[in-house]
Unconditional design. Structure first.
Length: 226
């Protein structure tokens, strides 16, 4: 589990601007979705892929707990699964060698072991599954998540999963910019280092999301409103 460390200066800055750290006192379950970002074998299995995230197993229990709490009160649980493709030209051409990108594409291809959700993730039949081809599922052309959420009347999202500073941060930024009330789970997201994780929490707290712990999020879900 990451050691959460948000500088006091950042906290004081946020307090000066909005008068409080926490944003939400309760949630409306019917309008809320838990986004579980990319908890796939390619990121969790330490022996499978070059994109594995060390220590990611530490957040599995918190994600499962949040998913259970959401189902219990009637909120929607969404599992995203990422696949790298040649069609993502800006990544494909510039951010990996030909050998590395071919391996990553193969290890995240739909139908592969790496693409599948990790066995420890507790997925229910009623949960949604969304395949995405960019870091954020809200990027145009990445997935149909935004359309599905809008169709279901969902205007609030809780972001969990991996990587904290890549796909989770991208999803949270885009969600907030699309006018979703956005919450970010500080202890149910994972990166490759505490420094990367905390850098995202600083960004989220200041500009994009209500940063909360798993305990706090469960409390919000239980303190529901219509």
């Amino acid at each position: 589990m990451h050691r959460i460390d948000i500088p006091r200066a950042i906290i004081e800055q946020v307090l000066r601007r909005r008068g409080r750290l926490a944003i939400h006192d309760s949630l409306a379950p019917a309008r809320t979705a838990l986004l579980v970002i990319d908890m796939q074998n390619c990121f969790l299995d330490p022996n499978y892929s070059i994109v594995t995230v060390p220590g990611l197993a530490d957040i599995v229990a918190n994600i499962n707990r949040l998913a259970s709490a959401c189902r219990r009160v009637g909120a929607t649980v969404v599992w995203t699964q990422h696949c790298y493709t040649e069609g993502w030209r800006s990544w494909f051409e510039f951010f990996a060698t030909p050998e590395v990108r071919a391996k990553i594409i193969a290890e995240s291809r739909p139908g592969s072991f790496g693409f599948a959700l990790a066995a420890d993730m507790e997925v229910a039949a009623s949960d949604w599954r969304v395949v995405k081809t960019r870091s954020s599922p809200f990027t145009p052309g990445s997935s149909d998540l935004h359309q599905r959420l809008q169709g279901a009347g969902i205007d609030t999202v809780i972001v969990t999963g991996t990587l904290t500073n890549v796909c989770c941060e991208s999803a949270a930024r885009d969600a907030m910019l699309l006018d979703y009330a956005t919450l970010f789970a500080a202890d149910a997201t994972g990166a490759r280092s505490d420094a990367e994780h905390n850098a995202t929490l600083v960004n989220m707290l200041q500009f994009f999301a209500d940063v909360r712990t798993c305990d706090e999020l469960v409390g919000l879900l239980e303190n529901t409103r219509a």
